[in-house]
Design a protein around this ligand. Structure first.
Ligand code: IDP
Ligand code: MG
Length: 139
């Protein structure tokens, strides 16, 4: 069932490379409304918890150290069919395979430093949004 919210992070590589503005522009022009937004940095502990579902994957330790290596922008976004439409807007996990014009195609360099996160389900969008934002931080 489609719902109307997803969660995103602009990852440390995209922040460091000066792409916050370019990525937010794509998100807003893509029809997403910003419900909540925060500029912050994960610690190895919080990044490890956020990516706990990937604990058994071989890249888990690298992912946790990359995601805590610098500041990120976290946000909750709203749009009809948000999860699916946002996954379409960001493109494939591997930027080399991401469709032209997608955020990862435009702003990402590699499969690990791939510029942006997008929730993969309604359930995870709710969990991930709650990880960063209180009710009073949502508009
Ligand atoms: P997604 O971000 O497109 O949903 P996931 O499979 O959920 O992709 O993986 C989470 C994150 O882990 C990716 O965005 C990427 O940063 C990293 N990652 C995924 N696959 C690999 C890999 O094969 N090598 C290194 N990092 C990876
Ligand atoms: Mg994922």
């Amino acid at each position: 069932m489609a719902t109307n919210r997803t969660f995103t992070m602009i990852k440390p590589d995209a922040v460091a490379n000066g792409h916050i503005g370019g990525i937010l522009d794509k998100i807003i022009k893509g029809g997403f409304k910003i419900v909540a937004m925060k500029y912050t940095q994960l610690t190895p502990e919080t990044a490890g918890k956020f990516y706990e579902v990937h604990k058994e994957r071989p890249f888990y330790n690298d992912l946790v150290s990359f995601m805590s290596s610098g500041p990120i922008v976290a946000a909750i976004l709203e749009k009809d069919n948000a999860i699916e439409d946002f996954r379409k807007l960001i493109g494939a996990t591997d930027p080399a395979k991401a469709e032209a014009g997608t955020i990862r195609n435009l702003f990402a360099k590699s499969i690990d430093a791939n510029a942006i996160h997008g929730s993969d389900s309604d359930e995870n969008a709710a969990i991930e949004g709650d990880f960063f934002f209180s009710a009073a931080e949502r508009f």
